[in-house]
Design a protein around this ligand. Structure first.
Ligand code: SF4
Ligand code: SF4
Length: 458
């Protein structure tokens, strides 16, 4: 029975996976709220997979919303833009939740902003979007718009989008999958985008189709989101249709989605293009529509702030570079028993102690890939004591990559790099299914992450 109401009609699934509690009901019906302009944002010069940007502005320089402030000439990179109007400060360093130290440019806000509140929402997401004009653009124009707007995968991977939109003569794409599964517990940012801005998503999906010369676009949604299905079905047309998939974690994983939606199996280590498919997140395609039709670079994104440790859970449209602390403040602050802040959802996110966030340390800024912020209480993170492996095989049954997690954990503990290779540690997508299913509470994902480091530095 779905938390959203028991609607069904799904098709398509994949091997393994789990059904963790969804915990989405607290924010699912919370409309997207525009964040008041923060006093300061900190724009990371590395918000994507690829090369770090060089700063294009000097301290004390005036910048306006949307101005390019960082860029790299390396191919795999994405420029960054000012998400508010204000005065640039001296570049500094921030530590992101994944532990990476990155250069950031602080911008102090002007008192008056060119866009705020409803006007900002309308400029980014609202109004009507052209659904029949994608064919008027040359594919290269769409790729260029994506590059100049600094688009990256907003589902978390943050891979520069323009690269995915480039046609490869030897690997033609016939099917575009727009990923609206959002299978991580607690997160509802994509869900609200689908409910509130379905036209922008469809407009963006058609642009992707045009860029890649694909035949069809499938808008992929899990069967626990009937309102999103309805909203997108009202906008679908020739070449673009809604596909409803079973609710199962990690349905939104690239490999799992390709298999469930098309029946095609990606070869080990290969990209979706190898089987004629491109996969983009729904927020990313909406941002593409904003870039192409409205000339808007990627400066804001929707972030879900939820979990038992937050007083008032919300979906917020926030400037990139807003601090986690500010978002928590806008949600009424932490509850007394808040213990852990997670960037993203609890399955794949990176966590840190709640004390660190509220303490007066350098604020952690959100980036283009930050889809949520989950604050868990002591009770929510309490785990049974770890015991020895019971050899029950549950971790194997649920692994969507058909790995043997218990062997990977043992090989890591023994620092046996040759075994890590034999057991295909590189194929682990760190989805967390194995650890979730393990009755012995063995921290399998943490061990596998350590194993990956051992493998890379033998
Ligand atoms: S081994 Fe990796 S891919 Fe398999 S369930 Fe565990 S975390 Fe997921
Ligand atoms: S699920 Fe846990 S206890 Fe069972 S085999 Fe895997 S590691 Fe061992």
């Amino acid at each position: 029975m779905s938390l959203f109401g028991g609607w069904s009609g799904s098709r398509g699934s994949f091997f393994g996976g789990i059904h963790p509690p969804e915990h989405k009901q607290r924010t699912a019906e919370e409309p997207i709220e525009v964040v008041p302009t923060p006093a300061e944002v900190r724009i990371s010069l590395l918000q994507h997979l690829g090369a770090v940007c060089d700063p294009l502005i000097k301290p004390r320089e005036e910048v306006h919303l949307g101005a390019e402030i960082g860029r790299s000439e390396k191919f795999i990179s994405a420029p960054v833009h000012a998400s508010i109007s204000g005065t640039a400060m001296r570049a500094t360093v921030a530590t992101l939740p994944n532990g990476r130290h990155v250069p950031v440019i602080p911008i102090r806000a002007y008192e008056t902003q060119p866009l705020a509140d409803r006007a900002l929402y309308d400029a980014m997401l609202g109004g009507s979007w052209p659904l029949g004009e994608a064919e008027q653009f040359e594919p290269g124009e769409i790729v260029e718009s994506a590059r100049e707007a600094g688009l990256v995968g907003m589902g978390g991977a943050a891979f520069p989008t323009f690269v995915k939109l480039m046609r490869q003569a030897d690997q033609p794409v016939d099917t575009v999958l727009v990923n609206g599964c959002e299978c991580e517990p607690f997160l509802t940012a994509d869900y609200r985008m689908m409910v509130e801005a379905p036209q922008a998503i469809v407009a963006g999906g058609l642009l992707v189709r045009r860029a890649l010369g694909a035949q069809r676009v499938l808008l992929c949604i899990e069967d626990n989101k009937p309102l999103a299905v309805r909203a997108l079905r009202e906008q679908q047309g020739p070449g673009i249709e809604v596909v409803v998939l079973q609710t199962k974690y990690p349905q939104g994983g690239e490999r799992q989605l390709v298999q469930a939606a098309t029946g095609r199996v990606m070869p080990g280590g290969g990209l979706p293009m190898r089987v004629g498919v491109a996969v983009l997140n729904i927020s990313t395609v909406a941002a593409l529509a904003a870039a192409v039709y409205r000339g808007r670079p990627l400066t804001h994104r929707v972030v879900t702030v939820s979990g038992g440790g937050i007083r008032q859970a919300k979906n917020l449209l926030a400037p990139v570079g807003t601090s986690y602390r500010e978002l928590i403040r806008l949600c009424g602050g932490l509850t007394p028993d808040a213990a852990r802040v997670i960037a993203g959802g609890p399955m794949m996110g990176f966590s840190f102690a709640a004390d660190d966030e509220v303490a007066d340390k350098i604020p952690i800024p959100i980036t283009k890939g930050t889809s949520g912020l989950t604050v868990l209480t002591r009770r929510e993170i309490q785990q049974a004591e770890q015991t020895a492996c019971l050899r029950c095989g549950r971790c194997v049954d649920v692994c969507p990559m058909r790995l043997v997690p218990t062997r990977l954990a043992l090989a890591t503990r023994a620092n046996r790099v040759s075994l890590l290779q034999r057991y295909h540690i590189g194929s682990c997508v760190e989805c967390g299914c194995c650890a979730y299913a393990c009755p012995a509470s063995i921290p399998l994902v943490q061990l596998i992450r350590v194993g990956k480091i051992q493998f890379q530095n033998p």
